[in-house]
Design a protein around this ligand. Structure first.
Ligand SMILES: Nc1ncnc2c1ncn2[C@@H]1O[C@H](COP(=O)(O)OP(=O)(O)O)[C@@H](O)[C@H]1O
Ligand SMILES: [Mg+2]
Length: 209
């Protein structure tokens, strides 16, 4: 059971406050959507959850049954899909998966690889026909989802996961997010998409300026 707690968190860049003070709790098995206009701080919120950024004021803590997780411990729990994550253009889909999963000590059998491609609805033939640099943005997004699914993480940080996906792709994301929450994954979802908002048990609305 994981709990993420924001206590009176304010975030500023170059002296300009983006949001805050914000207090919130996110829990395992729950889907929390972070909403707000462009620039309101949704991606920043996810970075604070992942301890990729320290808050200007206040505290963000991630705890499990044994207490507060340190940054290195937290990393093992987290998986993230974000536009800022770059796949390697000159690697194949399989090589990208092996690289990113290898960082987590996970090796993927051929059958598991094929199954993951099926889950994210990326055709085996198309995925293997080109380097990922030649993929459409939607295909790259599906591949990022496949890495997330294989990562065995219990905290998912999804930054506008449906952007660049067609309707079938957005339905796939919704299906996987719901299934993950049922398996007690904590999902934090930055979005402006009403369909994705509708998945959420909890909404944190950032005001923007
Ligand atoms: N590392 C950074 N340095 C300076 N400003 C930043 C940084 N990250 C984000 N910002 C600013 O913070 C605001 C919120 O950004 P972001 O969290 O990306 O918003 P959103 O994801 O809601 O569109 C924007 O004005 C952005 O320019
Ligand atoms: Mg963003």
């Amino acid at each position: 059971m994981i709990t993420i707690e924001f206590s009176e968190v304010s975030q500023s860049f170059h002296g300009r406050q983006i949001f805050g003070p914000l207090s919130a709790k996110l829990h395992s098995g729950r889907i929390t959507a972070v909403t707000g206009c462009n620039g309101s701080g949704k991606s920043t919120f996810l970075k604070l959850v992942g301890h990729l950024l320290l808050p200007t004021k206040g505290q963000v803590t991630v705890s499990d049954a044994d207490g507060i997780l340190k940054q290195a411990e937290l990393r093992e729990h987290l998986a993230m899909v974000t536009p800022e994550l770059r796949l390697y253009d000159r690697l194949t889909a399989r090589e990208n998966m092996d690289f990113f999963l290898g960082l987590r000590g996970i090796s993927l059998a051929d059958a598991a690889y094929r199954q993951l491609l099926e889950r994210v609805e990326l055709s085996f033939k198309a995925a293997n026909a080109a380097y990922t640099g030649e993929f459409s943005t939607g295909m790259r997004q599906r591949l990022k989802m496949a890495v997330l699914l294989a990562a065995q993480a219990d905290i998912w940080l999804l930054d506008e996961p449906g952007a660049n996906l067609d309707e079938a792709g957005r339905a796939m994301v919704a299906r996987e997010v719901r299934a993950a929450a049922r398996q007690n994954v904590l999902v934090a979802l930055a979005t402006n998409d009403p369909g994705e908002e509708a998945l959420a048990d909890e909404i944190i609305a950032l005001a923007g300026d």
